[in-house]
Design a binder for this molecule. Structure first.
Ligand SMILES: [Zn+2]
Ligand SMILES: [Zn+2]
Length: 218
């Protein structure tokens, strides 16, 4: 049986548990799977679940797998929604793919990059990872918008998401491109930054579309 079918069933079990509707598992599965019994038997045979009458309960291994899938799915949603500004439909479709392929290291990098978010765009909880525990010590998210960055500090531009693509050419002509090291001079009344020896004022809206990563002062 396909890995993805098992994964989807485990995710469904997780969501139903979360919502307290665990008893509707057969009904929910049959909406997109015509061989529910075979699917449930596979879950049991692989040690992911036990069947007790109408109840299907995940085993510890099943719960671990489901937690990982849900974490990858909801973090992907956050990434696609917050950073890439995709539509909810594209967010959903993308997350359904990435949840099966992201490694744990990559998942933790995305989590750290996003500042260890606790909920997905649907306000569902994102299961915590190892990276989230370390986060208590290291409080800064890795990447922030330039408008949220500290005045006076140096940072490196990681990426730019211009709402107006025609700006890209003008920005790159003044050195505002991913990889450039800048210093934020002031945020108000206008956003001023320093790049090499040049000081440039940028539109606050545009500054919110520049994502930066802090770098050490030395
Ligand atoms: Zn979601
Ligand atoms: Zn984390």
């Amino acid at each position: 049986m396909e890995r993805e079918r098992i994964d989807e069933a485990l995710e469904l079990l997780w969501v139903l548990d979360e919502e307290g509707h665990q008893d509707t598992i057969r009904f929910c599965l049959s909406s997109d799977d015509d061989n529910v019994d075979e699917l449930l038997q596979t879950l049991v045979a692989q040690g992911h679940a036990v069947i007790d009458g109408e109840q299907v309960r995940m085993t510890e291994t099943g719960i671990d797998l489901a937690r990982g899938l849900i974490r990858r799915h909801r973090l992907s949603e956050r990434l696609f929604f917050d950073v890439f500004d995709l539509t909810m439909d594209e967010v959903e479709r993308g997350a359904c793919k990435t949840e099966h392929i992201l490694s744990e290291a990559l998942t933790d990098s995305i989590c750290t990059f996003l500042g260890h978010p606790t909920t997905c765009p649907h306000s569902k909880p994102i299961p915590r990872g190892e990276c989230c525990k370390k986060y208590r010590v290291d409080v800064q998210p890795v990447v922030t918008r330039l408008t949220e960055f500290e005045v006076g500090k140096r940072c490196k531009i990681v990426f730019i998401t211009p709402s107006d693509v025609t700006r890209i050419g003008r920005l790159s002509s003044i050195g505002i491109i991913p990889g450039s090291v800048i210093r934020l001079i002031q945020k108000k009344p206008s956003v001023v930054l320093q790049i090499d020896e040049t000081t440039i004022a940028v539109d606050p809206e545009l500054a919110g579309e520049i994502y930066v990563k802090r770098i050490s002062e030395t």
